[in-house]
Each structure stands twice: as structure tokens, then as C-alpha cells.
Design a binder for this molecule. Structure first.
Ligand code: FE
Length: 255
């Protein structure tokens, strides 16, 4: 079932939070629709392809799918690429660091065909036209992938933050966080290990504070909605020691 994050006469944002089954980590997938054009964000792997394509076609025609926006290269992000590119005309949008690698997900006969359907985003990010609007690919490098983007929708003012703000074990994408302190244990271990460093987190948070963000919606777990919760998350992540900050020689011992 889709969760409606935003809707007006010509623009909407939908989230799908319950399509992952079995032992795989829960993941959210998103759709942004403006007029007749559709962007699908972090569609996931083969595991979710059938369920997600069925859900998406309840709301839009797959012919109108203009983009597959990939925040980074992971299995739960874009490994269903082959299924999407064979069934739609969508352009794959990903970091220029990954544009040469993700064709490994395709059989050889498709390689050349799809090369023209890949939009490589430079490190500084870019505006991606969608309908009468645009989606901004904003830099989130090293959070956690080396070439990492988040997608900001200026109409809904939602920042689709990929793994940043991800949580496990709490509510789902339909239930924004209400008690930030209680939510920290659901994020802490993941952010300590999967985020590169406090420096990257702090610089990213500074950028987000300069934006007009109504909601931060991560790829796993619950969103942060409204200035209070968005602010608390940015303050927390700005102070978090993680990744290389925590490494010692004990992490590099021959087993
Ligand atoms: Fe990832």
C-alpha cells in the first residue's frame, strides 16, 4: 500500500514501505509525480521488483516513468535495474562514480542500449527536470557510499535522504518520529558503522540547514517531519562520531 507523503493538483510523492519480504532488511521505495512524468527513487533489488511495479502501476502508467533515481549502488537501491530498463524507457540517474559500474547488472547484449539511458551526476549534484518541476540531486558523498546523492523535491520540500537517518525496529514510513531520544537506539549502530566520519555528517547537516526542508525521509524506517524533528536529527548527526573517527589498530588485526 502506498503512503501519500504529499499531494496537490499536479504533484505528488508516494512511499512504499512494506514490499520487502523474508530476511532482507526493510527498505522504502518512493515515487515523485509531476504532471505526467514520474521518477522512481531507489527501487531496490529483484526482491521488490514485482511487488513495486504492481503498486506503482496502480498510480501511474509505466510509460510515464522518466527516471530511476539511484542514491548509490547498493543491492537494496538499484539491483532491479535490468527489470526496469527492459520494461520501461526510464533513464537511470546515478553518481558519475557509479555510472561505469552499474552496467555490470545487465547482460552484455543490453550494455550499449542502456549506456545512452544513464545520466551520470557530477559530484556537485544537479537539477533533474520532471514535468513542470525539477528534482535536485544533492551531494551526500561518503554518507555512506563514496558517490552518494540524495534527492530533494522543492515542491513538497521533502529530502529523500537515502541511508542518512535510516532506522530499524521502529515504525514505518507512515509514522514520523515523535520521540527523538527514544528513536536514537534504532539509528545509532547503523550510523556509527555505515557513515564515513563526523566531518562528512557535519558538512552535510550544514547544507541541509540552508535548505527549506519539511521532511527528511530515509530509505529505511521512519521519517523526520517538521522543523523540530528535522532540527533534532541534524543536531544529533552533526555531533555523532562514526566511521573512521572510531577506528583503532584493534580494527586492523590479522584474524
Ligand atoms: Fe547502501
Amino acid at each position: 500500500m502506498a503512503v501519500e507523503l504529499y499531494k496537490d493538483a499536479h504533484h505528488s510523492c508516494l512511499a512504499f514501505g512494506n514490499l520487502v519480504t523474508g530476511s532482507a532488511v526493510q527498505a522504502n521505495q518512493f515515487v515523485i509525480i509531476d504532471h505526467d512524468e514520474v521518477a522512481l527513487l531507489d527501487p531496490g533489488g529483484e526482491l521488490t521488483f514485482t511487488a513495486l511495479s504492481n503498486e506503482v502501476t496502480r498510480h501511474v502508467r509505466l510509460d510515464n516513468l522518466k527516471y530511476l533515481l539511484a542514491s548509490h549502488q547498493d543491492p537494496d537501491i538499484i539491483t532491479s535495474m535490468q527489470s526496469w530498463v527492459t520494461r520501461t524507457n526510464a533513464t537511470i540517474v546515478c553518481s558519475e562514480l557509479w555510472a561505469r559500474f552499474i552496467p555490470h547488472l545487465l547482460p552484455m547484449y543490453m550494455g550499449d542500449k542502456v549506456a545512452q539511458r544513464c545520466m551520470a551526476v557530477p559530484d556537485k549534484g544537479m537539477d533533474i527536470p520532471l514535468g513542470a518541476a525539477l528534482v535536485k540531486a544533492v551531494p551526500a558523498h561518503f554518507l555512506h557510499s563514496v558517490g552518494n546523492f540524495q534527492f530533494y523535491d522543492p515542491v513538497s520540500r521533502i529530502l529523500f535522504s537515502g541511508d542518512m537517518g535510516a532506522s530499524v525496529g521502529g515504525g514505518d514510513v507512515s509514522t514520523p518520529v515523535t520521540d527523538f531520544e527514544a528513536h536514537i537506539p534504532r539509528m545509532l549502530g547503523f550510523h556509527r558503522r555505515y557513515m564515513c566520519s563526523n566531518r562528512a555528517c557535519r558538512l552535510w547537516a550544514n547544507m541541509v540547514r540552508s535548505m527549506d526542508v519539511s521532511m527528511i525521509v530515509p530509505q529505511h524506517g521512519q521519517p523526520f517531519k517538521g522543523p523540530e524533528m528535522v532540527g533534532q536529527f541534524l543536531d544529533w548527526i552533526s555531533e555523532l562520531k562514526c566511521g573512521v573517527d572510531l577506528l583503532t589498530q584493534q580494527d586492523y588485526l590479522v584474524p
